[in-house]
Design a protein. Structure first.
Length: 499
């Protein structure tokens, strides 16, 4: 037995050495394999970059003066939409063309169902903006890869990977000298910087993922981007939290590729600073608001017999939370039943980008019927600018309900038009817009359905003189968001891209 024990002990002591010898024998082949893969990847990326540079010279040959045109490209797959992001695009292009007149300008777009002339006419019709120089449109066929509807699960990851494919299509079709992402597709930045050899800038309207989104999942709160079935399940919440943290890490890496980073509000700045590993500090460039067009609307003293109207201006997207507006309005009607002045009317004004948005409007109409307020709610979809001004000029309250709105151009427009704004107590509205002006109130903030109804009732209870005072304060405060202010700060921010 002693011999058996001794043999067993000898075997056990030999096993670690055998394992070490095995690992040692595998280490060298592993290092060689890793080196070969690294060199192969390096050569592949270097070859791809060289091929793109040759393609760039082929697509943009020298002119009669012997100089190759300097190409500035903006990545905006939905440039024919009518939201605040599109106003940023057109105002930025106009400012760049005015300063850098010798450059050639390109827009990458996925709006293949319209012509270049249709897009330019749409920009003039919606925003009253005309470009001073020609612009070339590069039409992309793979925009469907960034549609949220294509990814019922892992939407953020799916859209981001889809943007890589879409970005590659854009880069192959046109290799610019300066690339500016004006729509928030951060995963395209390393493509254009390291493969395209471009100077890279971006204007961030809204971080793809934010620390607030992480908090929502961690606290198991149900939101439009956190389904109830996940919020109620601790295991699923933990798995989603891990997924979000991993995505946030990668999002920070791709964001660090930018040479210039611009953000649209203090709220966005805080999140980008915490998530991105930027070598440069982001600049706050408030989005352009056509405040002068709304400031031209005269502020008239209200008539006591006038029906109060509440107007909401925002695209019909899920994060805008139009159902909250309708439920709060229904609650208001309950509270003010039988009171004078006459009952209020709610007008929802917004743009529909696709069939999903159209379906969302139909769902909102059904909600109005369920709550019995369909006769007091009107929907105005994709209306002309002049009609928008008319509705805002006649409104008493401008309503906004999006949680953590990154900025809120519609809020600024409502305030400039002379409505009393009631916005969500978060994000850009709280930090940048609905703030005191020279110590005076410029509007109101709320969060819950009951709070909104109470605040609307409070606004209606104010005297016409008090409401006029708030409207005047609001008008003075929003002049800092004019298009001229945007153009100045935007040009200062992107200046280093042209050096």
């Amino acid at each position: 037995p002693a011999a058996v024990v001794a043999a067993a002990m000898a075997t056990c002591s030999a096993e670690p050495w055998s394992l070490l010898r095995l690992l040692h024998s595998l280490a060298i082949p592993a290092l060689i394999l890793g080196g070969v893969l690294f060199i192969s990847l390096f050569l592949f990326l270097g070859g791809t970059r060289l091929w793109l540079q040759r393609r760039k010279n082929k697509l943009n040959p020298p002119g009669k003066d012997g100089k190759r045109p300097f190409v500035v490209a903006c990545f905006h797959p939905y440039c024919n939409a009518g939201g605040g992001g599109e106003r940023v695009l057109w105002c930025a292009l106009r400012a760049l063309q005015n300063k850098y007149k010798d450059a050639s300008y390109v827009i990458y777009t996925g709006d293949t169902d319209v012509t270049a002339e249709d897009i330019l006419q749409g920009a003039y019709r919606r925003f009253n903006i005309r470009l001073n120089q020609p612009v070339k449109f590069v039409f992309l066929k793979k925009r469907y890869l960034v549609e949220a509807s294509l990814y019922p699960y892992f939407t953020l990851l799916g859209q981001s990977l889809g943007s890589l494919v879409l970005g590659w299509e854009a880069l192959v079709k046109c290799v610019p000298d300066v690339y500016i992402d004006t729509m928030g597709f951060a995963f395209t930045l390393p493509l254009f910087k390291y493969l395209g050899g471009c100077q890279v800038g971006c204007y961030v309207h809204y971080p793809t993922i934010s620390t607030d989104m992480l908090s929502v999942v961690k606290n198991q709160n149900a939101r439009f981007n956190n389904a109830t079935i996940i919020a109620k399940n601790p295991l699923l919440s933990q798995l989603k939290l891990v997924y979000y943290h991993l995505f946030a890490f990668v999002y920070g890496l791709v964001g660090s590729c930018a040479d210039v980073v611009m953000v649209n509000s203090s709220w966005t700045l805080g999140h980008i600073v915490s998530l991105w590993r930027c070598g440069v500090y982001p600049n706050i460039v408030y989005p352009p608001c056509d405040v002068q067009a709304f400031l031209d609307i005269p502020l008239c003293k209200e008539k006591s017999t006038t029906e109060h109207t509440i107007v909401s201006v925002s695209q019909f997207r899920p994060e805008k939370d139009h159902p909250l507006q309708i439920r709060a309005f229904a609650k208001l009607l309950e509270k003010t039943a039988g009171q004078q002045p006459p009952p209020a009317k709610l007008i929802l004004i917004g743009g529909c980008r696709n069939q999903e948005d159209d379906q969302r409007v139909n769902e909102l109409k059904r909600l109005c019927q369920e709550l019995g307020v369909e006769k007091r709610v009107e929907f105005k979809v994709n209306i002309p600018f002049e009609e928008l001004k008319t509705h805002l000029g006649n409104a008493t309250i401008g309503l906004h309900t999006m949680w953590n709105e990154h900025f809120g151009i519609g809020i600024v427009e409502c305030m400039a038009a002379g409505t009393i704004i009631l916005a969500h107590n978060s994000g850009g509205p709280k930090l940048d817009i609905v703030v005191l002006h020279e110590g005076n109130i410029t509007g109101f903030l709320s969060e819950k359905e009951e709070d909104y109804a109470d605040t609307m009732a409070h606004i209606f209870s104010l005297s016409p003189e008090k409401r006029l005072e708030i409207r005047q304060n609001a008008r003075q405060s929003v002049k800092r968001f004019a298009e001229q202010e945007f153009e100045q700060t935007f040009l200062l921010s992107v200046e280093q891209l042209f050096k």
